[in-house]
Design a protein around this ligand. Sequence first.
Ligand code: SME
Length: 167
Amino acid sequence: MYDVTAKFDGTETSYRNLERELRALIDGEKNLVANLANLSSWIFHAYPGLNWSGFYLWNEADQELVLGPFQGRPACLRIKAGKGVCGTAFAQRKTIRVDDVHAFPGHIACDSASRSELVVPLLKAGKVYGVLDLDSPKLAGFDALAEREFTRIMAGLAERLELTQLP
Ligand code: SME
């Protein structure tokens, strides 16, 4: 089950397969860090063309997003709400797709290979807990279907995750 069996081809069917695999990964496990670690790993390996896949989690005490489980090169540790693509998606509680990160005002460059980005907020019961950040080395690496499907998939996963604020 941990091998990429079906090639992801960008169709709606592919996204539904990915969703089923992601749900299976967290089924039966309550630990948030463990689940986010496996989710970031599976997205990184199953979804083609990513150079970074991971989570930033809101820390209420520090009033910042803090780096969580991820795959890829070491990244920025902390991001303020409203800053960069991640902080903007968090503050606005909506998915943000950026075709060219150099054209996004305030983009935070962690991995210089990243050219486009998709950031999806982790929303559950009206509360935002953090974001999923996906980076591609290609310009416009994410299309409208990716934006819609990752938003839908993460909403379903958030329902199943024991989302809580980490210290
Ligand atoms: N580029 C992001 C920062 C996180 S890294 O890409 C992993 C941003 O502008 O929020």
